[in-house]
Design a protein around this ligand. Structure first.
Ligand code: SFD
Ligand code: AMP
Length: 627
């Protein structure tokens, strides 16, 4: 395939929403309202089909952020405190509070659009934990994307969505982001989107570290493998400042199929133990004091829960089990009436299976395949490989402006959720330092960002321009892997092994090996050090050189090539930031063996920025404002 055979399509809009996930759907829904008032155009571009794209593709069994402010049980301050503690103090209170004060209304919209939420006998939502509510969420994404599409349709010609277009690159006019370039993954079409404001909501990054699922299970992951670092690449390449790029998330999940644990820990009150039946959260409680004040507060931060479990595994006390059997027995034992107890047992059993069927179907298959009956058999749990997911318990992403009324110090610069690059906004997994937003909070943050981005469009109404002679250069560069393959494919009789090029799958394996072995992946017990990180960085530079030789035999592989370039940039910013932060703050996510303790002097954000002019990286600390 030759780049010359590709049609170039130029689309002009006011607000460009990149991604079609939870944050994008929230953005489209909110944007439609404000765009109507100002007669502005809104365009959404997703690499997949919005109905089942992104992290919620398979559905979810809970909404993990709902305050229930109307009931008066929780306050916004409580939530900020909880998130800050879970992130070992490194959190933007202004961003977390902004999402928290609006999130309930988003959840009420989901219900109005048809999402079934569990209710108790009085008609109240059933809480999983303090902040989480249970849903029958297999069709969660269909419901939310339908509402987003309907809102866009209300705009007539001013509301458009494009699916199966992979966004690769930001388009800049000096220091302002004025659009994005991408290509169709189905047709020979190259796209340029020109926009007054761009909202980056392309999710998190998966498969940067070597996964535990290899061989037969390759490709299986907790978060969706199709979120491949596009968000971070986009903001980095635009020259935006990033934050918390060191704060990966290592989830603990049911082993091998990544089933969720939240419902077991919070709703069913199950315990996790080592093979001897010891509850390591009790037997190892003294370790938490080393990480005070966060380690000694309740609930224990996710990374420390992981860490105590990892210590068990290191000492040879595995397997680690979720005691589903004991938890179920305990609930039933408290019911004196035999018939009622039996009914409750059946109910719990079906809830346990639904928890998986709603969001991680493969875990239900795993249980079936291994003859596991949760009411009788405990199940293994394990720490997964690292992910970059700021909407869950990681924090990496763009450094964005807070809202005017809540942001203190230097944390507000004109438009909520705008990055340090003019006209470029971020939300959901793409924005950093505001963890625990989850599906509902990401949707809500998308709404906040879209409203703000449209205010930017109103304030800067002139049509945008950029050097259009660069389009051909950009097109040739983005499509180059197709040409590389075409030119050299006859050299060897194996399409995947050729001295003139590298296929994206091999490239990904190489990246994952480097990250796993040098940057503290699962196979080295999440440990790393300056010497290891510097070696990893050296290898990444060779990868950058080799990325010029990526080759694609078709459009799907072209997408894979760019996904892995995106991953490589996320990886580099991660290594550089772990290197910069000379302490260990999140044991259980990663451990710096050369700086094994948490230090007061590092109670700050570690930010980074790549300079598009010079190609240099800049690292800087940013203060945490009291909230
Ligand atoms: O059990 C490009 N999440 C949970 N949230 C909850 O509220 N409750 C739960 O129960 C949750 N759990 C959970 C969750 C996720 C997953 C995968 C599992 C379990 C198994 C988290 C939420 O799902 C998450 O917080 C939000 O979805 C984040 O929203 P957002 O919009 O930041 O990301 P997205 O939804 O993944 O969407 C990304 C979009 O970008 C597109 N995209 N488009 C164009 N060009 C490119 N280059 C692109 N790259 C990506 C994607 O197609 C997608 O549309 S539990 O763990 O706690
Ligand atoms: P998970 O299934 O691990 O994604 O968890 C879902 C929700 O429950 C998230 O809000 C987690 O932070 C929370 N959670 C999970 N396990 C625990 C636990 N042991 N203690 C407190 N909160 C938890």
């Amino acid at each position: 395939m030759n780049p010359g055979q590709f049609e170039t399509i130029i689309i002009e809009t006011d607000l460009l929403i990149l991604g079609g996930g939870m944050a994008a759907c929230g953005a489209a829904f909110e944007a439609a309202h404000w765009a109507k008032q100002h007669n502005l155009k809104v365009t959404v571009v997703d690499k997949a089909a919005m109905e089942r794209s992104g992290a919620v593709a398979m559905g979810l069994s809970a909404i993990n952020l709902y305050l229930g402010l109307k009931n008066g049980k929780n306050t916004i301050e409580d939530y900020v405190k909880y998130v800050k503690n879970d992130l070992m103090g490194i959190t933007r209170g202004d961003l977390v509070a902004n999402i928290a004060r609006h999130v309930d209304s988003s959840v009420h919209l989901f219900e109005k659009w048809g999402l079934p939420i569990w209710k108790d006998e009085e008609g109240n939502y059933v809480n999983e934990g303090r902040w989480q509510i249970m849903i029958h969420g297999e069709s969660y994404k269909n419901i939310v994307s339908e509402a987003a599409k309907n809102a866009l349709k209300e705009l007539g010609d001013n509301g458009k969505y494009y699916e199966r277009i992979f966004i690769t690159e930001p388009i800049m006019d000096g220091d302002r982001c004025v659009g994005a370039a991408g290509f169709s993954v189905r047709e020979n079409k190259f796209y340029i989107f020109k926009a007054k404001a761009v909202l980056d909501v392309m999710g998190g990054a998966v498969h940067i570290f070597r996964p535990r699922s290899v061989g037969e299970g390759l490709g299986r992951s907790w978060y969706p493998p199709f979120n491949s670092g596009a968000s971070a690449y986009f903001t980095l390449k635009a020259g935006a400042e990033m934050t918390c790029q060191e704060v990966r998330f290592v989830p603990v999940r049911f082993k091998d199929s990544y089933g969720p644990v939240g419902a077991w820990f919070l709703l069913f009150k199950a315990k996790a133990t080592n093979a001897k039946g010891e509850d390591y959260m009790v037997t190892r409680a003294a370790e938490l004091e080393k990480w005070a004040p966060y380690g000694t507060a309740k609930p224990t931060p996710a990374n420390l829960r992981n860490y105590l479990m990892m210590q068990e595994v290191e000492e040879g006390n595995g397997p680690i089990y979720m005691r589903t059997d004991e938890a179920i027995k305990e609930v039933v034992a408290n019911i004196p009436d035999e018939k009622q107890a039996k009914r409750k047992l059946k109910e719990l059993e079906s809830e346990a299976w639904e928890d998986f069927l709603d969001m991680t179907i493969s875990q239900a298959l795993n249980w079936a395949a291994h003859n596991i009956m949760p009411e009788e058999t405990p199940s293994e749990i394990a720490a997964c490989e690292p992910y970059f997911i700021s909407s869950h318990s990681g924090a990496s992403g763009a450094w964005i402006s807070g809202p005017e009324d809540l942001a203190k110090g230097d944390k507000f610069w004109g438009y909520a959720n705008m990055s340090t690059v003019k006209g470029l906004f971020a939300a959901g997994d793409a924005s950093g330092a505001s963890s625990h937003k989850f599906s509902s909070g990401s949707f809500t943050e998308g709404r906040i960002a879209a409203k703000s981005a449209l205010a930017f469009c109103v304030d800067f109404p002139d049509p945008v321009s950029f050097d259009e002679t660069k389009i051909e250069v950009l097109k040739n560069r983005i499509l180059q892997p197709l040409l590389t393959f075409e030119t050299h494919k006859e050299f060897a009789n194996d399409v995947d092994v050729n001295p003139n090029f590298i296929k994206p799958k091999m490239f990904m394996f190489r990246l994952q090996k480097i990250m796993d072995e040098y940057a503290g992946g699962a196979s080295v017990g999440f440990k790393t050090s300056k010497a290891l990180l510097e070696k990893g960085l050296e290898f990444l530079q060779y990868m950058k050189e080799d990325s010029e030789k990526l080759a694609a035999s078709d459009l799907n592989e072209l997408m894979r090539c760019w996904e892995n370039v995106h991953r490589m940039w996320q990886a580099e910013s991660h290594i550089r930031t772990i290197l910069f932060r000379e302490e260990t703050r999140w044991p259980g996510y990663y451990f710096r063996t050369d700086y094994p303790e948490m230090k007061d002097e590092w109670e700050c954000f570690a930010n980074c920025k790549w300079n598009p002019e010079t190609g240099e990286w800049e690292m800087k600390r940013r203060e945490i404002e009291e909230f």
